[in-house]
Design a protein. Structure first.
Length: 202
């Protein structure tokens, strides 16, 4: 990691940082650049971060209101970064996601909305069924959940189907699931008897 400039004042941290070999949740993000500077006119921080390959973050933070307004652009961004957030629903996640995300509001209660979201070459394992599925298709994310819009799925035996519905949450807390999965000749459960005596099979 190389920090070319960093200064702390009564407003917060002013920084110009370059991190080589950055890793988040065990996922390699490569070279990441982070910068913050103070806007004397609007009394807020201007923030930016990103790397050349997979993401750009630009936005503002106003300390007096503890309010943020941040735009994120993802380009085949590795899903492994968000795996810990959704671990109670998906026991494993891999693949990529592209699209735009807008986060805004007070830091302790951020709202979120997305544009042109797409899952690409993703593999997820539903924790309840233990079945790995390969996914590709559009999605939306907002303050209340992650929404799948006719996402194509395929299992390990080339069975096909589609997913519609949502993984619900309240500002990323209190997760719930309401998914409509339509399949043809696909695996529905992959649970060894030792894991669940009352409900198992393959």
């Amino acid at each position: 990691m190389l920090i070319s400039y960093a200064e702390m004042d009564n407003k917060g941290m002013l920084i110009d940082l370059v991190s080589e070999g950055t890793s988040v949740s065990g996922t390699d993000l490569g070279r990441v650049e982070v910068e913050s500077n103070w806007d004397e006119v609007l009394n807020r921080f201007n923030l930016s971060a990103g790397n050349e390959k997979s993401f750009d973050i630009n936005g503002t933070y106003t300390p007096s209101m503890k309010d943020a307004d941040i735009d994120v652009q993802l380009r085949e961004f590795n899903l492994g970064v968000v795996k810990p957030i959704l671990s109670s629903v998906f026991s494993d996640m891999a693949g990529y996601v592209s699209g735009g995300v807008h986060l805004y509001g007070p830091l302790n209660n951020l709202d979120i909305e997305s544009t042109d979201g797409r899952i690409q070459n993703a593999v997820i394992v539903l924790d309840f069924t233990k079945v790995p599925y390969r996914l590709d298709g559009p999605f939306r994310v907002d303050t209340h959940g992650l929404h799948f819009d006719n996402v194509n799925i395929r299992d390990m035996y080339s069975g096909t189907g589609s997913v519609n519905g949502s993984v619900y949450y309240d500002h990323f807390k209190d997760l719930g699931v309401d998914l409509n999965v339509r399949v043809s000749n696909s695996m529905l459960i992959n649970i060894p008897e030792k894991d669940n005596v009352g409900f198992y099979g393959k």
